[in-house]
Design a protein around this ligand. Structure first.
Ligand code: GLU
Length: 485
C-alpha cells in the first residue's frame, strides 16, 4: 500500500484560528494513525494578504501543540521547496499551465478590468459572481502570440466546457456531481505571474505526492474544478476529506474576530494546550464510544477519519472550559503550580503562601484566568451584604451569626496557633459545647473572613492563610456589620 502523505497548507495571513488548527490536527492524525508523513507547506501566493509574523505563529503553534511535521520549509524531505513563492521561482506553475494550454485545457486571457467588469453577473450558491464568457478562447494562435510579444498583461484560465458535468468523490460527502455550466473558467496564473491558490494546490499536492487532502468544506464547491485539472494532467486524484463548518454558540460561522477563535488567544485566556487540542479534535469527530478525554497520542491511536461528521460543529466555550478543568485536575501539582504562579502573584502581591493557595484552587479552576477572582479576597476583603449570613441549610441567619461570631471572637483572640488543624480543633470544641451543627458555626465564620459566597477552601484554611491579626480584624468587622443590620 502506498504511504499516506498529508499536508497542512496554511496561508500566512494572521493568527492560527480554531479552524486552521483543526485542519492541521486532522491532517496530522490521519497521517500518524496510518504511519504516514505529515508535511507543512506555506501557501503565500496571495502576496496582498501576507501578514508579517504569521509564519512564526504557525511554527510556534505547531511546535507547542506537538503537531510535528516530517517535512516542511525547515525540514527537507526531497519534495521542496515547501513555500509556494519559492516554488514559483522554479517555474513549476508556469510550466504546468503551459502544458494545459497545449492540451486545450487552459488559455491565455488578455481581458482588461473594464471588460471583466462589464460581464453580466450570476448568482451561484447565493453569491453573485461573474462567469467569464470565454471571450479570449476565441483568439487565434497568431493573435495570442502577437499580444504576448507586445507584452500585454495576461492571465491563464482553465477551460471548462459548457456542456456535461463533473463528478468527484469526497470521503464524507460521497460522490458529488456538478453541471460544467456552473463552473467558471477560473484563473490559474495571475497577471503578476503568481499561481492562484486554485491552481497551486493541485500542482503542489500532486508533485509532493499528497495522498489525502483535508480542508474546510468551503472548498467543496471548487473541488470539481480541481478534479478536472488532475484529470487533464492524467494525475491521480487525491482522497478528499472536507471538514464540517465550525460555528459559534448561535450557530453562526465562527467569526475570526471573536477573541476565542485563535490558539494563542485561548492560551492567553488561561487554557492549556492539551485541552485545546483535545477539544478541537472533537469539533467534527467522535470515537465510537463517545469517550471525550484524549491525549495527542491517544488521538493518533483512535483517529479514524471515517467517523468525521458532516454536521456543523459548535465551538462551545463552556464545554472547553469544563475540559480544561479536567486537565488541570489531572495535572501534577508542580506543573500546575508553575503555570498558576504568575496568575497568583499578580492577584496576590505581597506575602502570601502561594503554594498553599494553589493547592486550594487546583480542583476548582477551569481556566487559569479564573484564579484572580477566586483568591482576590485574601488580599482585600470584598464589600458584602449581611444577607449572606442567611443560609437555610446551615440554619443560620443574621441573629444566630452575630451570636456565634461574638462567642468565637474571644476564643480566637487567645488562640496562638493559627494553623488550619489547630483552628479547626478549637472551633469544633466550640461546636460541641454549643451542641449545634458544624455549619451553624463555620458558615458565619467563613462569611466573615472571606466576604464571599463561594471560596476555594473552608473557614479555618482561609484563616491560616490570613493569619491571626487579619482574621480577627475581619471577624470584628462582621460583628460590627451584623450589629448595625
Ligand atoms: N491555503 C489554504 C488555506 O489556508 C489551504 C487550503 C487547503 O488545505 O487546501 O485556507
Amino acid at each position: 500500500m502506498e504511504k499516506i502523505r498529508t499536508r497542512y497548507a496554511p496561508s500566512p495571513t494572521g493568527k492560527m484560528h480554531v479552524g486552521n488548527l483543526r485542519s492541521a490536527l486532522y491532517e496530522f492524525l490521519i497521517a500518524k494513525h496510518a504511519g504516514g508523513d505529515f508535511m507543512l507547506r506555506i501557501e503565500d501566493t496571495d502576496q496582498e494578504r501576507f501578514v508579517d509574523g504569521a509564519i512564526e505563529i504557525i511554527y510556534r503553534t505547531m511546535a507547542k501543540t506537538g503537531l510535528v511535521h516530517d517535512e516542511g520549509p525547515d525540514k527537507d524531505g526531497g519534495y521542496g521547496p515547501y513555500v509556494q513563492s519559492e516554488r514559483m521561482k522554479t517555474g513549476i506553475y508556469m510550466k504546468y499551465a503551459k502544458e494545459l494550454i497545449d492540451k486545450g485545457e487552459a488559455y491565455y486571457c488578455f481581458c482588461d478590468r473594464e471588460r471583466l467588469a462589464s460581464l453580466k453577473t450570476e448568482v451561484v450558491e447565493g453569491k453573485e459572481i461573474r462567469i467569464y464568457d470565454k471571450h479570449c478562447l476565441g483568439l487565434s494562435i497568431e493573435e495570442v502570440q502577437d499580444y504576448l510579444n507586445a507584452g500585454r498583461p495576461f492571465v491563464i484560465r482553465q477551460n471548462i466546457p459548457n456542456e456535461g458535468s463533473t463528478t468527484f468523490h469526497d470521503e464524507l460527502y460521497g460522490d458529488i456531481t456538478v453541471e460544467n455550466s456552473e463552473l467558471d473558467d477560473m484563473i490559474l496564473i495571475k497577471s503578476d505571474g503568481f499561481p492562484t491558490y486554485n491552481f497551486a494546490n493541485v500542482v503542489d499536492d500532486h508533485t509532493m505526492n499528497i495522498t489525502h487532502v483535508v480542508r474546510g468544506n468551503e472548498y467543496l464547491s471548487s473541488s470539481p474544478k480541481y478534479v478536472r485539472l488532475y484529470e487533464a494532467f492524467g494525475w491521480q486524484v487525491p482522497v478528499y476529506i472536507h471538514l464540517p463548518l465550525i460555528t459559534d454558540e448561535n450557530h453562526k460561522k465562527l467569526a475570526k474576530r471573536s477573541g476565542h477563535a485563535s490558539f494563542e488567544d485561548l492560551l492567553e485566556q488561561g487554557f492549556v494546550t492539551e485541552a485545546i487540542i483535545n477539544y478541537i479534535a472533537l469539533l467534527g469527530w467522535s470515537p465510537e464510544d463517545n469517550r471525550e478525554i484524549f491525549s495527542l497520542r491517544e488521538l493518533i491511536e483512535n483517529f479514524d477519519y471515517r467517523r468525521i461528521s458532516k454536521s456543523p460543529a459548535v465551538f462551545d466555550i463552556v464545554k472547553l472550559r469544563w475540559m480544561n478543568g479536567e486537565y488541570i485536575k489531572a495535572m501534577d501539582f508542580d506543573v500546575f503550580y508553575e503555570m498558576a504562579e504568575p496568575y497568583l502573584r499578580l492577584a496576590l502581591p505581597g506575602n502570601f503562601d502561594l503554594k498553599k493557595i494553589a493547592a486550594m484552587v487546583k480542583t476548582r479552576v477551569e481556566v487559569f484566568t479564573d484564579i484572580a477572582d477566586m483568591v482576590d479576597f485574601f488580599r482585600e476583603m470584598p464589600v458584602y451584604d449581611v444577607a449572606m449570613y442567611n443560609h437555610k441549610k446551615m440554619k443560620t441567619d443574621t441573629v444566630s451569626s452575630l451570636e456565634v461570631l461574638r462567642e468565637v471572637l474571644p476564643i480566637l483572640e487567645v488562640q496562638e496557633n493559627y494553623s488550619n488543624d489547630a483552628l479547626y480543633q478549637v472551633l469544633s470544641g466550640y461546636v460541641e459545647r454549643k451542641g449545634c451543627k458544624n455549619g451553624f458555626v463555620m458558615w458565619p465564620v467563613r462569611t466573615a473572613v472571606s466576604g464571599k459566597q463561594m471560596t476555594p477552601a473552608g473557614a479555618t484554611e482561609i484563616m491560616e492563610i490570613l493569619g491571626k491579626e487579619e482574621s480577627l480584624r475581619r471577624i470584628r468587622k462582621g460583628i460590627e456589620m451584623l450589629q448595625n443590620a
